[in-house]
Design a protein around this ligand. Structure first.
Ligand SMILES: Nc1ncnc2c1ncn2[C@@H]1O[C@H](COP(=O)(O)OP(=O)(O)O)[C@@H](O)[C@H]1O
Ligand SMILES: [Mg+2]
Length: 260
């Protein structure tokens, strides 16, 4: 077995990276696949959304700049088949050290290699910036997902993501494919935003997931409870959409794995 590694990337905060990462990971684990979610954000929102508390050291950040194995930082979540490597505050501080490391963009890729045999799917929840952690995630990934809420700044960030990935590809350090743009629909009723999203669909066509995640108040409730919506409130509208997204993602995943 070799895991398909997928990052959730959008430099705009609040674009839905964590919500998508947590629910896709939990939804796929619920289908009996072995899944690891790596929380690469110092805010540790994905860890908290799975009911896990932030720890004092030692942490993932330390593992990235020391000789430690990532394996030692894996924790089981309350969801069967879903393991987590938690985020921690010091992920912010570790960035300068990563920059100064020889081949520092490839640190996570090297460290993650041993875990590929243990899991079917590894998901990486990235911070809301194009920092060295996000670049590490992209270099370690086969594929990346760009969550796209019906909101202007996140949409304009999409071209930045694509440009960054292209520049990493030109340097020969990144081979991640755009798995898909994941649309979130809001109820703001601003038609110009809907038009912008429709333009995105026209431009990216096959690289847009068919499934759209609807606005759903249950999502906040599930975050507060520390349980993924997709397994905690499976009848809610967003949970149903996430389950469809899981099926769509699994169906397409052999294509991205070809490039391993
Ligand atoms: N489909 C949705 N329905 C309602 N609220 C949502 C939905 N998707 C995201 N949100 C809200 O947006 C917030 C930010 O999402 P999050 O995934 O944390 O963004 P990011 O990780 O990109 O910063 C969440 O806390 C949640 O309250
Ligand atoms: Mg987040």
């Amino acid at each position: 077995m070799t895991a398909l590694i997928t990052s959730f990337v959008n430099p705009k905060g609040g674009s839905g990276k964590t919500v998508a990462a947590v629910n896709l990971a939990a939804g796929i684990a619920d289908l009996s696949y072995k899944v690891l979610l790596i929380d690469l954000d110092a805010h540790a929102s994905a860890s908290l959304a799975l009911g896990l508390k932030k720890d004092p050291l030692p942490s993932l950040a330390g593992a990235l700049i020391a000789d430690d194995e990532l394996y030692d930082f894996i924790e089981q979540s309350a969801n069967t088949n879903l393991d987590v490597i938690k985020g921690s505050d010091d992920l912010v501080a570790v960035q300068v050290a990563l920059y100064n490391q020889k081949e520092g963009l490839l640190t996570l890729k090297r460290k993650i290699d041993d875990l590929k045999k243990i899991y079917d799917y590894i998901f990486i929840d990235c911070p809301s910036s194009f920092d060295v952690l996000t670049l590490n995630a992209l270099c370690a990934s086969h594929a990346f997902i760009v969550p796209l809420p019906c909101e202007y700044y996140s949409t304009s960030a999409l071209s930045t993501v694509v440009e960054y990935v292209n520049s990493l590809e030109e340097k020969g350090v990144c081979h991640a494919s755009l798995a898909g743009i994941l649309r979130f629909y809001g109820s703001n009723g601003v038609s110009v935003l809907n038009e912008i999203q429709n333009e995105v669909v026209k431009i990216f066509r096959k690289n847009v997931f068919k499934t759209i995640i609807p606005e759903d108040k249950c999502l906040d409730e599930s975050i507060i409870l520390g349980q993924p919506l997709v397994t905690n409130m499976p009848e809610s509208s967003a949970a149903k959409a996430f389950k469809k997204l899981c099926a769509e993602f699994i169906y397409k995943s052999p294509f991205w794995l070809r490039f391993d």
